[in-house]
Design a protein around this ligand. Structure first.
Ligand SMILES: NC(=O)c1ccc[n+]([C@@H]2O[C@H](COP(=O)([O-])OP(=O)(O)OC[C@H]3O[C@@H](n4cnc5c(N)ncnc54)[C@H](O)[C@@H]3O)[C@@H](O)[C@H]2O)c1
Length: 441
């Protein structure tokens, strides 16, 4: 992490001199393994429209946190159920629940809104859709000073139960999601495994992380290991030293394979099936940039990026989909906000990262036994971004609600969540972890 505005002495000097720079909030992060005590000691209030569903959410959440109400003086988390709001007037429940609470939300507090597609009338449909805009605006309004995040869980499948909502909400209410804000996440799936405990979420699972030797991939490998998985780090032979050292640290394995090489996917499939019999988690993380405006881009730069970032992702996933994935295997692929907004000098990269979103949607739609989700990081402090020119780096960091870049662990925790049964309600989605970046917002 080399964001100079996170340095406490420098922050003090700037404050003393009254220099008007956007001083970013210090984000609280929890790198401990998930447990049933994830939300313990957090005061969480449930408000909004009363319904059987909201009572169930309240019951489940209050069993794992300190129950609070919107009338308490300090609150760590607020969940507002908007389910059943059908008229413009109904939205006043949302207004009052948030208005009465917003100034009491502690630093690094969390707001999770819950909505549900309602096709009963044109108005009810519009009312539920309007909550997307409210949550995004609220995230921008209150996130910057204290690191408060606001996210919306939107139910789009009638079979989704309160339990699936609470499992997902647990992540968005926890200190494992400090860099995710302003997101609308659909809960569209209801046939996952029953989850009785959050202890060792990935026990007995076998995972591949491509590009796992460093950066986001290495952080993801550590999170998967922490949750109980056996992790196979796949990286290029040149990354041997880092890959081997990490494999030792996490009691995993390093496979030094260039994923763009002919036969690479087949080699990995053969290895995993003969050694473990199955693959439960595939993290398509390896990615490269070869930035140039299209007029100056060579065909080699075009091909290199497409081959690593998209072709290899499709090939590797496809081969395990044919043989090797266990039932309900989880595929998590790295997209980017560049794939959503586009970026100057990145036509090749943005194309691939947009392609990853389409690939994710297609895999989820066509494979009943596989969950596929994508993660779109914003500006993350890694080797990939280290050498960018200062002003581009500053733009990436400060043009966001939280006014800072994220760290690899922020993305790794989201990958861990999407690899785990906590996210069993979520399929075919792309979730941004971008600190509320204005780019592509
Ligand atoms: N850092 C960011 O700000 C950011 C933002 C958005 C998206 N992403 C995406 O996140 C992913 C990880 O990014 P990072 O910042 O950790 O990158 P990084 O450059 O630090 O690490 C990438 C890893 O991938 C490996 N790799 C590259 N080509 C490979 C190949 N052909 N076969 C096997 N391994 C290969 C590299 O050796 C390296 O270990 C990438 O897909 C990237 O596009 C990163």
């Amino acid at each position: 992490m080399n964001d100079y505005l996170q340095n406490s002495s420098l922050r003090q000097v700037l404050k003393t001199l009254n220099i008007p720079v956007p001083v970013p909030p210090i984000l609280k992060r929890n790198g401990q393994a998930f447990s049933d005590a994830e939300l313990q000691n957090k005061k969480i209030a449930v408000a909004g429209k009363e319904s059987d569903f909201s009572h169930e959410i309240q019951q489940l959440l209050h069993a794992k946190s300190d129950a609070a109400t919107i009338y308490d003086s300090a609150i760590d988390g607020l969940v507002v159920s908007c389910i059943g709001m059908q008229s413009i007037e109904d939205l006043e429940d949302l207004f009052t629940s948030v208005k009465n609470t917003v100034n009491k939300i502690a630093a690094n507090g969390r707001i999770v809104l819950v909505s549900k597609i309602d096709t009963e009338s044109i108005t009810s449909f519009a009312v539920q859709r309007s909550i997307d805009g409210f949550s995004r605006a609220l995230s921008k309004e209150i996130g910057g000073k204290k690191g408060v995040t606001v996210n919306l869980l939107k139910i789009t499948n009638d079979d989704v139960k309160a339990k699936e909502v609470v499992n997902a909400a647990t992540f968005f209410l926890s200190d494992k999601s400090p860099f995710i804000t302003g997101q609308v996440v659909e809960l569209n799936t209801a046939d996952g495994q029953a989850l009785t405990s959050q202890q060792q979420l990935l026990k007995g699972k076998v995972a591949i992380v491509t590009g796992g030797a460093r950066g986001i991939g290495a952080a993801a490998a550590k999170v998967l290991y922490r949750e109980g998985a056996k992790v196979i780090i796949v990286d290029v032979p040149q990354a041997s030293e880092d890959a081997q050292a990490l494999a030792k640290e996490i009691e995993g394995e390093a496979k030094l394979v260039d994923i763009t090489k002919d036969g690479a996917a087949q080699e990995l499939q053969n290895y995993v099936i003969s050694t473990y019999g199955k693959l439960d988690i595939l993290v398509n993380n390896a990615g490269i940039t070869r930035d140039k405006t299209i007029a100056k881009m060579s065909i080699d730069q075009w091909r290199a990026v497409l081959n690593v970032n998209l072709k290899a992702v499709i090939n590797l996933t496809d081969i395990f989909a044919q043989k090797g994935f266990s039932k309900n295997a989880k595929v998590v692929s790295l997209s980017s906000i560049s794939g959503i907004a586009g970026n100057v000098g990145q036509t090749n990269y943005s194309l691939t990262k947009s392609g990853v979103i389409g690939f994710t949607q297609a895999v989820a739609a066509t494979n009943k036994n596989i969950y596929a989700n994508a993660v779109a990081p914003g500006f993350i402090e890694t080797k990939m971004t280290e050498n960018l020119p200062f002003f581009i780096k500053e733009g990436g960091r400060r043009l966001s609600t939280l006014k800072q870049g994220g760290v690899p662990e922020d993305i790794a925790e989201l990958i861990g969540f999407l690899a785990s049964p906590l996210s069993d309600g979520i399929n075919g989605q792309c979730i941004r972890a971008c600190g509320g970046s204005m780019i592509g917002a």
